[in-house]
Design a protein around this ligand. Structure first.
Ligand code: ADP
Ligand code: MG
Length: 337
C-alpha cells in the first residue's frame, strides 16, 4: 500500500495524470471508441469506457497489482516497446490514492457471459470480484482522488483548471491515435467529440478540430524521410507566431513526448524567423526504429532517450528548416490531402 502510494507520487500528480494512464491503457487494448466522463474536474469522478479487448476474469486481480503488466513478457521487450504502457504501475498506484473499480468483459469470453468488476480495498488491497453485465471492453472508474492523501489534495486547483489539464491530455492522446474516436463529458455535458479518421483528408480535419482550425488553415505540411527516420506533420508559418507553448505537439512513434532534444531542434530552425519571445505552433510526428529510442526513462514516459541524439536533432532541424523555406510556402496544408 505504502509502496503504491509512493509510486503514485511519481505517476499521479493530478486528475489529468490519471486520465493519461487510463486513456493509454484503452488505446493499448485496441479500443476504437473511448468515452471519458469527468465530474468536478476529475476530482469526484473519472470514468473511462472503452471497446478494447478487455481483461479476462482471472486476470483482473493481477491487473491491479503493482508491476503487473501483460505487455512485456521478456526483458528484451523493453528494448523495443510498441505499447504506451509497460511498467504495470498505473492501476496499482491510482487505486492506492483513490477509489478505483476495474470492470471488464474480455472479447474471448462467451457472448452470454457477464463482465466482472474488481475493487482493491483496505490496507492489504484485497481484491473483490463481482459480476457486472456489460459489452466487451473495459470500464475504469476512479472516484474521490486523493481522499486518503490530504497533502496531495491540497495541490488540486480549481475545477476549471483541472478540467483544462484533462482536455489537454485528451488532445495529446487523440493526436497520437487518429483511428480512435473520443468523447469527453464534463459534469454530464459533452464538451468534446473527436471522430476517428480514416483518410488523410479526415486526419487533417481531425487535427484542425483538436488543435484549432486557425492553426491548420495556415500551417505548412511536411513529410521528410532519411534512412529509417521520418518526420511528418504540420507547423505554423513564421509569420503566425504565438507567445505561449500551447499547440506544440511532438510524438515519437505514436507517443506524446516533451523532449529537450526535439524542442531545441525545432526552435533552432525558427530562430531567425520569429521576433524575440514569439514561438511556433506545431504537430509533428517522428518515426524511427523502436530500437533507436528508449522510452523507459521516467515513470510518466514524457521523456525519451535516443541512441543517436545528434543524428535525430540534425535530421529534425534540417527537415523543419527546409519546410520553412519561402519556396515551400506554395505547398500549404490546404493544397495537400
Ligand atoms: P501497464 O499499462 O504499464 O501494463 P497498468 O497498471 O496501466 O500497467 O495496467 C495493468 C494491466 O491491466 C495492463 O498490462 C493490461 O493487461 C490491463 N489493462 C489495464 N487497462 C486495460 C484496458 N482498458 N483494457 C484492457 N486491459 C487493460
Ligand atoms: Mg498503463
Amino acid at each position: 500500500m505504502l509502496a503504491n502510494q509512493i509510486a503514485a507520487g511519481e505517476v499521479v500528480e493530478r486528475p489529468s495524470s490519471v486520465v493519461k494512464e487510463l486513456l493509454e491503457n484503452a488505446v493499448d487494448a485496441g479500443a476504437t471508441r473511448i468515452q471519458l466522463d469527468i465530474e468536478r474536474g476529475g476530482t469526484r469522478l473519472i470514468r473511462i469506457t472503452d471497446d478494447g479487448h478487455g481483461i479476462e476474469r482471472d486476470q483482473l486481480e493481477l491487473a491491479l497489482a503493482r508491476h503487473a503488466t501483460s505487455k512485456i513478457q521478456y526483458t528484451d521487450d523493453l528494448k523495443a516497446i510498441h505499447t504506451l504502457g509497460f511498467r504495470g504501475e498505473a492501476l496499482a498506484s491510482i487505486s492506492s490514492v483513490a477509489r478505483l473499480s476495474l470492470s471488464s468483459k474480455a472479447s474471448n469470453s462467451a457472448s452470454d457471459a457477464a463482465g466482472w468488476s474488481a475493487i482493491a480495498q483496505g490496507q492489504d488491497m484485497a481484491v473483490e470480484l463481482q459480476p457486472r453485465p456489460m459489452p466487451v471492453g473495459t470500464i475504469v472508474e476512479v472516484r474521490d482522488l486523493f481522499f486518503n492523501t490530504p497533502a496531495r489534495q491540497k495541490f488540486l486547483r480549481a475545477e476549471r483548471t483541472e478540467y483544462v489539464h484533462i482536455e489537454e491530455t485528451l488532445k495529446r492522446v487523440a493526436l497520437a491515435s487518429s483511428q480512435v474516436a473520443f468523447t469527453l463529458k464534463h459534469n454530464g455535458k459533452v464538451t468534446k467529440r473527436i471522430p476517428a479518421a480514416q483518410s488523410p483528408e479526415q486526419q487533417k480535419q481531425r487535427i484542425g478540430s483538436i488543435v484549432s482550425n486557425r492553426f491548420l488553415s495556415q500551417a505548412l505540411h511536411l513529410d521528410t524521410r532519411i534512412d529509417s527516420l521520418r518526420l511528418w506533420g504540420w507547423l505554423s508559418r513564421p509569420e503566425h507566431h504565438q507567445n505561449s507553448n500551447l499547440s506544440q505537439y511532438v510524438f515519437v512513434n505514436g507517443r506524446a513526448v516533451r523532449d529537450r532534444t526535439l524542442n531545441h531542434a525545432i526552435r533552432q530552425s525558427y530562430q531567425d524567423l520569429l521576433p524575440t519571445g514569439r514561438v511556433p505552433a506545431y504537430v509533428l510526428y517522428l518515426e524511427l526504429d523502436a530500437e533507436q529510442v528508449d522510452v523507459n526513462v521516467h515513470p510518466t514516459k514524457h521523456e525519451v532517450r535516443f541512441s543517436d541524439a545528434r543524428q535525430v536533432h540534425d535530421f529534425i532541424s534540417r527537415a523543419v528548416a527546409e519546410a520553412l523555406q519561402p519556396q515551400n510556402e506554395v505547398l500549404s496544408a490546404d493544397d495537400l490531402s
